[in-house]
Design a binder for this molecule. Structure first.
Ligand code: HEM
Length: 324
């Protein structure tokens, strides 16, 4: 394979990886699974290209020696290898949690995402510095088409072999959801991992002074104390919470169905969406048509929520990714 074709294929697959990686994080439902399939095929395609890329890198260092440009390229390659390696290890053997200063406990998948996102601007700079104008034969020839198809086919085959081997050998990687997340602390109430937004501190709110407010396009604005919320709490949802940090947990949550509050407040005609805003100011918007799925939970597996899990009240949004 020509160096020009290999470099172009690596760049294209890396753009595909970044797009499908970010797209995958935004997808919570099985219908978006194809995004992860693309990510897996692209990842294994990149692994195939490493053999050719290695030869190109060695020739380039022999020609240019150690310069600021080659040192920068080396940094890009190291990040690329960490990104690719962490992705492949996560999907096969699994990776242990690590403690990151100031940011707390991270799964191997969070590390993969952070390194990959850090790589994106450096990759753009590297590609601009080393850009070789593609020739027609690299893009629109029968040979280029066959090579590209061959690469995707190899990526597909390697991915399937890896999945089958991981399952047969009962490796940790085989136990992940289609989103790549691994099960942690299901049906164990407050023992499941903490779901803070990045490095937000845990708020320890006193239920006595806390209020739930329902306002907007409603006939009656509501301001409810914790006791009044508890009196309305007759809903139960078993929900799978899939955190983009690489873990998921299944719990039975009890609390107030959001529709019960909307009925009390008597939503006016014309309202189309609903914004849920937390005490930290973090908010998410939902279509009103899906309000029936949402629950404001006061308990998990019959235990009152701990502060780390959102006490006194947290939103449970089945079918959405964890950041909802
Ligand atoms: C430099 C770009 C990237 C490369 C080379 C890369 C590569 C990989 C590889 C090889 C895997 C394992 C696939 C498998 O065999 O199952 C993987 C998994 C994953 N990556 Fe990336 N990735 C990149 C960027 C990203 C980004 C930007 C995100 C998210 C924002 C992301 C999210 C994920 C997720 C969620 C998984 C788990 C899916 C699974 O377990 O199969 N990746 N990645």
């Amino acid at each position: 394979m020509s160096a020009r074709f290999v470099n172009l294929a690596i760049l294209t697959l890396l753009v595909l990886e970044l797009a499908s990686g970010v797209g995958g994080v935004l997808v919570g439902q099985q219908g978006g699974q194809w995004m992860f399939w693309l990510h897996r095929i692209g990842g294994w395609g990149l692994a195939c290209l490493l053999c050719w890329k290695w030869g190109i890198v060695v020739r380039s260092y022999r020609r240019h020696g150690l310069t600021p440009g080659t040192v920068f390229s080396a940094l890009v390659k190291v990040l690329f290898l960490v990104s690719l390696g962490s992705g492949l290890l996560w999907a096969t053997t699994g990776l242990p949690r690590l403690s990151v200063p100031l940011l707390g406990s991270w799964t191997g998948l969070s590390l993969h995402v952070a390194v990959s996102l850090a790589l994106a601007p450096l990759l753009a700079l590297h590609a601009a510095m080393r850009w070789q104008r593609p020739r027609r034969v690299d893009l629109a020839s029968r040979r280029a088409a066959l090579r590209s198809l061959g690469l995707l086919a190899a990526g597909f085959v390697l991915w399937r072999v890896q999945e089958t081997t991981a399952a047969a050998a009962r490796l940790c990687g085989a136990e992940r959801r289609f989103t790549g997340s691994r099960e942690e602390g299901s049906f164990q109430g407050n023992a499941h991992p903490v779901t803070n937004w990045l490095s937000d501190p845990v708020l320890r709110l006193d239920p006595a002074g806390w209020r739930l407010r329902v306002s907007g396009l409603v006939e009656r604005e509501l301001v409810l104390s914790y006791g009044e919320v508890l009196a309305l709490a007759d809903g139960l949802r078993q929900a799978l919470l899939d955190c983009t940090g690489g873990w998921y947990t299944v719990q039975r949550w009890s609390g107030v169905p959001v529709v019960a509050l909307l009925e009390r407040a008597d939503v006016r005609e014309g309202a189309r969406s609903l914004i849920v805003r937390s005490a930290t100011g973090y908010s998410r918007r939902f279509p009103l048509s899906r309000a029936g799925e949402l629950l404001l939970a006061t308990r998990v597996e019959r235990e009152p929520l701990s502060s780390e899990r959102g006490s006194p009240l947290r939103l449970v949004a089945p079918g959405y990714r964890g950041y909802h």
